[in-house]
Design a protein around this ligand. Structure first.
Ligand code: NAD
Length: 553
């Protein structure tokens, strides 16, 4: 039985024992599509997150995907091009059920303006990373990543803890909405500036944000009191970050950590420039996108200048993957890249070992299935501090959204081990229904993004997109259930390519084989990508785990 969804009543949360497709593999992918809409930002328009990240091209495409998933046999493969189903072909029962290519434009054409034009003509749509591939699990998908960033900063700068520290950030959207909870879990007092009051309210309703302050003075007083008491606190403030950041700097206040997660990558459909109301921006999106683009870029200039100012005065400032430095540099802030990117600054040693954001979703819709998997995970990896610490925190703080899911940063071998144990649990009836395994596209072998994931790689291979393409082909050869190649849309056009994967653990021997090949090879490629770029940790991992890297110079 689907569960009612108070946030989006027309998009119930899937679940229950009833199959509508011819098998659990197809049913699970159908539920994942339903799930991304149930937890999405604007499901009526098929938008899942990041302003334009869509689950399907349009409603006709959506409906055709649903009927194909319901009617297809296990030995067929559904082809999806930028959110539109193109054909259902006979392959074989070990082939992927769904393969997708979303938003891939030829190099010289991969520009925001061309993307918008093709999008308006209905020829393309952007899948974000996990939106178009039906792998998004709500804001919790980025919570652990954000939390791990804060903790790496705590280790680097603040004796391992953030109690009594002030984090300033902006954006309470689909991804950015994770920030207040991650900051609170890390023990900090976090202030999040958000221009849209509706977004702030939504985050408070689902328990990710504790308080909304009526004005800046009150917000700063609340943060100040929490810092003095070394009390964890999350406060939202409705306002424009391009006004509020410079004002905080003008008052001489220097937060300990500063970042930003507005949709700065998209100057038309994402970022809201200062001096404009939300209604004016909505109107300009329709009538004069070019004016909006230049207003947004002009607004990002003081926004990033304030971040640089905080950095000069000692704050730990980083770009959290929204292209804000790139936009600022194009707007004339020549030293915007003095701000480091989070991947290089804090997470690269983990990615070099292919430790990254692995996740699983309980198809039953029952949170107890996730709790049982948590228990098994803790039994299996008692010495893995990142995992044991995270599961304890997640159980305490992270509310389930949509299909009950869990994220945990696991590496090569660990992912496969867990997935096989869970498949066994499904087979023995210890879980109510199958479980799907997936991961973020921001993963070791899966993404080329020279301003985010692969910035300043040791060997300078930042812009080479062969790795995600190899990854996707390898995943098809490794019998994954869904494989996707995504490239950037909107302001990300021309900036990135990534690969995504989903495998269904339905308790069968065949699923064990699929999980084993797909998950093992996916992380093996990740380790090899970094080994090839000369990272010591990766070469150690190759030797320790017997990964078949050839090491040709
Ligand atoms: P979203 O579009 O759902 O939310 C963005 C929010 O920013 C909206 O609520 C919007 O109202 C707000 N906003 C826009 N302009 C503002 C301004 N000037 N001041 C204050 N608030 C403003 O997007 P999202 O899914 O939350 O993602 C945010 C950004 O982070 C995107 O650029 C996305 O691509 C990026 N991202 C990075 C990572 C990562 O790996 N670190 C992960 C996910 C998303």
């Amino acid at each position: 039985m689907p569960t009612p969804n108070p946030r989006h009543p027309n998009f119930p949360i899937p679940g229950g024992p009833q199959l509508r497709a011819k098998g659990w593999r197809q049913e699970a992918l159908l539920r994942l599509l339903e799930n991304v809409l149930s937890v999405g930002e604007d499901p009526d328009n098929l938008v899942v997150y990041a302003a334009l990240g869509k689950a399907a091209r349009n409603w006709a495409s959506h409906d055709a995907i649903v009927s194909a998933l319901k009617s297809m046999d296990e030995d067929q493969t559904l082809l999806i091009q930028s959110g539109k189903p193109i054909g259902l072909l006979k392959t074989h029962a070990r082939a992927p059920l769904v393969i997708m290519a979303n938003c891939n434009l030829v190099g010289q054409w991969a520009k925001a303006e061309i993307f918008y034009e093709l999008e308006r003509k209905g020829l393309i749509c952007w899948g974000g990373l996990t939106a178009g591939a039906w792998q998004y699990i709500g804001s919790q998908g980025v919570i652990q990543g954000t939390y791990e960033i804060f903790m790496r900063i705590a280790e680097k700068r603040f004796d391992g803890g953030l109690a009594g520290r002030f984090i300033l950030t902006a954006g309470l959207g689909g991804m950015g909405g994770a920030q207040p909870l991650a900051g609170r879990m890390a023990g900090a007092a976090i202030l999040v500036v958000e221009v849209d009051p509706e977004r702030a309210r939504k985050r408070r309703e689902i328990g990710y944000l504790e308080e909304i302050a009526p004005d800046l003075d009150t917000a700063l007083a609340m943060v100040d009191a929490a810092v003095k008491d070394k009390r964890a606190l999350s406060v939202g403030l409705v306002g424009n970050a391009a006004d509020i950041y410079p004002e905080i700097a003008r008052r001489g206040i220097v937060p300990d950590i500063v970042t930003d997660q507005t949709s700065a990558h998209d100057l038309v459909y994402g970022y809201v420039p200062r001096g404009y109301t939300l209604d004016e921006v909505r109107e300009l999106r329709r009538t004069d996108p070019a004016q909006l683009m230049s207003a947004s870029r002009a607004s990002i200039v003081p926004h990033v200048e304030a971040m640089l100012d905080f950095q000069r005065r000692g704050a730990e400032v980083f770009d959290n993957g929204n292209l804000i430095r790139t936009q600022a540099r194009e707007g004339g802030v020549e030293n915007a890249f003095d701000i480091p990117i989070f991947t290089e600054a804090y997470l690269r040693p983990l990615f070099a070992r292919a430790i990254g954001p692995f996740r699983w979703m309980a198809q039953s819709g029952d949170p107890d299935d996730i709790r049982r998997i948590d228990d098994r995970l803790l039994q299996m990896f008692p010495d893995n501090w990142i995992v044991t610490n995270w599961i304890g925190l997640a159980r305490r703080y992270v509310p389930f959204e949509g299909l009950p899911s869990r994220i945990a940063w696991l590496g090569h071998g660990e992912r496969t081990e867990l997935a096989l144990a869970v498949n066994d649990m499904v087979g023995k009836g210890e879980l109510l229904a199958p479980v799907t395994f997936s991961r973020d596209h921001l993963d070791a072998g899966a993404m080329a993004h020279p301003n985010i994931m692969t910035e300043r790689m040791k060997d300078g291979s930042d812009a080479i997109a062969d790795w995600p393409l190899l990854d996707a082909m390898l995943l098809c050869s490794s019998m994954a259930d869904l494989v996707v190649v995504h490239s950037g849309g909107g302001g990300y056009a021309g900036y990135m390519t990534s690969a995504g994967v989903t495998v269904v653990a339905d308790g069968t021997e065949a699923a064990a084989e699929r999980l084993s090949h797909a998950l093992t090879n996916d992380t093996a490629l990740g380790v090899m990508r970094y080994a090839d770029a000369g990272y010591e940790e990766s070469l150690e991992e190759v030797a320790k785990k017997g990964i078949g890297y050839l090491g040709v110079k």
